[in-house]
Design a protein around this ligand. Sequence first.
Ligand code: NAD
Ligand code: MG
Ligand code: MG
Length: 334
Amino acid sequence: MPDKKTYYDADANPDALADKTIAILGYGSQGHAHALNLSDSGYDVVVGLRPDSASRPTAEAAGLEVLDVTDAASRGDIVMVLLPDERQGEVWAAEIRDGVAQGKLLMFGHGFSIHFGEIEPPAGVDVGMVAPKGPGHLVRRQFEERKGVPCLMAVHQDATGNARELVLAYACGIGGGRAGIIETTFKDECETDLFGEQSVLCGGATELVRAGFETLVEAGYDPRLAYFETLHELKLIVDLMYEKGVQGMRYSISNTAEYGDMTRGPRVIGPEVREAMKRVLADIQSGEFAKEWIAENRAGAENFNRMRDEASGHQIESVGRDLRSMMPWIDQEF
Ligand code: NAD
Ligand code: MG
Ligand code: MG
């Protein structure tokens, strides 16, 4: 397989997985989608969950065999770890490691645990990754519509010489080969994923929205207007960028908005923000962020929970709840 190629179903050998049992550990966002798609692709799937897991009846009702994590890990020829990243190290040591014998394929949906050394698989084990570039419900829905979500794939360790063939077949088994599969490394997948969520998608976007909201409210404007202009309308803009790119979005907005965008945007996201982004990336690359996050969890996640509580008390949340109750098209679950 040459570099920079995108792989599709035709490049894969689906029979590579034919006589294998695939154990999916976890039945959350990704776990349920992988288990159901692989099962519908005709493969032998078992799901590994905690005895008291609320997902047990759901997975069983979907016709899947559910075992404890330890039993699933020893049953699977392929063991896919779809547990929360911050839990994987401890569950690996206590419940997975002993079941993953030489020659098996250990898989992940994100490079975190392997790249940052939370999990150190034995040398005789194959280690691969399939990371769909979308949430699990989309991975499932696209598959049901005979389409797929693009995936990244990577091989960290190829002890048997068969790892790439198996990993590619797995990516196709969840539907990735209908959309396109890009080969990368655990390092690049992991570092770009963390950088994106910290500086743009989650961290960057939430701080930008809250800073804009606070600027308007502090200047005396009605918080409801501030909410509409800094949070609510963001979806419209993001949908346009998602479908048409930045220039496609700009084509759809008014000339006034476009002129303000091009002249004021670089003032808000100026050189100091770009410098801060480089420091955020450096912390990811050095392993500093991963170390901090693992330590936070070992210490009981006290800071994490406190920051969550504080953020829930922000005015933008109460204003938003009231305004969203005026929008019948929005799911009112939250
Ligand atoms: P999730 O939180 O939705 O699901 C985790 C599952 O693990 C749940 O079924 C939970 O009950 C189970 N679980 C938690 N602790 C456990 C334990 N100690 N023992 C056994 N089971 C336990 O997680 P997710 O979002 O599906 O993420 C799984 C992996 O997929 C992560 O590596 C993540 O980075 C990656 N990923 C997620 C997405 C996404 O959009 N959510 C996209 C690509 C990759
Ligand atoms: Mg991520
Ligand atoms: Mg407006």
